[in-house]
Design a binder for this molecule. Sequence first.
Ligand code: EPU
Length: 423
Amino acid sequence: MDKIIVEGGNTRLQGEVVIEGAKNAVLPLLAATILPKEGQTRLRNVPILSDVYTMNNVVRGLDIDVDFDEAKNEVLVDASGNILDVAPYEYVSQMRASIVVLGPILARNGHAQVSMPGGCTIGSRPIDLHLKGLEAMGATITQTGGDITAVADRLKGTKIYMDFPSVGATQNLMMAATLADGVTVIENAAREPEIVDLALLLNKMGADIKGAGTETLTITGVESLHGAEHDVVQDRIEAGTFMVAAAMTNGDVLIKDAIWEHNRPLLAKLIEMGVEVIEEDGGIRIKANTASLKPVTVKTLPYPGFPTDMQAQFTALMAVVKGESTMVETVFENRFQHLEEMRRMGLHTEILRDTAMVHGGQKLQGAPVMSTDLRASAALILAGMVAEGTTTVGKLTHLDRGYYQFHEKLAKLGANIKRVSEA
Ligand code: EPU
C-alpha cells in the first residue's frame, strides 16, 4: 500500500500544469465502443487511470478487442463480429460506472446481464432511473442473485422524463436509444460536458442525437453504428483541483488549455472569494493572495451548477480562508467524510445533514489521514500542502482511480510531496 507524504506550511505553487482527458468522459466513451458492429473505434487523449483499465477489462470480457497504447494515450477497440452479453462480475464489482455498459449491450444484443453495483461510501447511489428508462423503452428487467438482466428484441423509442438529471442514467439511455426503433426523447437529461462528449462520439459513429448539453435529448434510432475516432474532452475536475490548489497556496499557476465554460461555476466562486482568474491563450491562470480571500457559500448541483466532484477540494480551500464558509452538498448524501479527516488536522467544522460550516483561517496541523473516496484523497493532499508539518495520506487506490501523476504534478509546481510504498 502506497502513501503520499506532504511537508506543508509554506508551499507556493507556481508554473504550468497539463491536464489529462476526463475520467468521467472516457468511461462512458469506452462503453459506447461496444455499439458498432463494423469498424474500429479509436479514442485519443485517454488518461492512464485504474478506472480506465477496469473499464477496458469490462469491455474485453464481452469478447471485444481492446488495445490500450499508454505511450500514445490511445485506446483502439474492435467490437465487430459477435459479442457476449454478460458483463463479468470480477470487473463490474470494482467500479460502479460499469453499469453504463447495460444500455449498449442490450441495444446491440437484445439481451444483457450486468452485476448490480455494490455500495458506495459517498451515498447509496441507486440505479432506478437507468432501469426505469430501459423499461419505458420496452425492456423486461429482472434482478436475481445480484445480477440485472435486461431483454428486448429491439428497444422502442419513447418519451422519458427523468426525476433527477442523473449523469449515468442519461448516458445509459442515450446509448441504448441510438439503436432503438423510432425517436426517444429524454427530458430533464443531465447536461454535463461528459454527456456532450459522449453524444459527439455516438454521432460520429452514425447515431442521430440532438440537444446534448440541454435538458432535452432527442435520439432518432438507426439500424447500426460504425467505428469512429474521438479525442476525449479535458478533465474539468482535474483542472478545477489544480485551480483550487493554486488559490490555497498564494499560487500563480497556468492550467493549460483549461476550458472556461466547463469550469464556470467553480471560477465564479473563486472570483467571488477574490482569486484572480485570467483567461490566457494557453489556458486559465489562477493567482491568489490567499490571506486576503473572503469566505463564500457554495451549493453543489447538477451541471451547470457547482460540481459535487469539486466539493471536497473546495472545502480544503475554505479551510484556509479566514471566516465562516458554508458548503451545501445536494447531490450525494454522505460526501463530507474528508472533513472528519481534516478535523484530525485541526479543522474547525460543523456538519448538519447536507450542510458543512467551515471556520477557516486557523492553521492546520499535519497528521496521518485516510482517503475515503477519490475527491476526498485530492482534498486531503491539498490540505496537507498548507498544514504545518507532515501529513501522510493513505488508501491511494482512490486517488489512482481518477488522478494521473497527481503528486508529480504538484511537486513540479513546487509542493514538497512524495509517494512511498509501505510494506
Ligand atoms: N441517482 C438516483 N437514481 C439513479 C441514478 C442516480 O437516485 O438511477 C442519484 C444518485 O444516488 C445521486 C445523484 O442521483 O445522489 C447523482 O447521481 P448520477 O447518476 O448523476 O451520478 P453518476 O452517474 O453515478 C457521475 C460521476 C460521479 C459524479 C456524478 C455527479 C462518472 C463515472 N461518475 O456519477 O463522479 O460525482 O456523476 O456529477 O461519471 C467522481 O468522479 O469522483 C465521481 C463520483
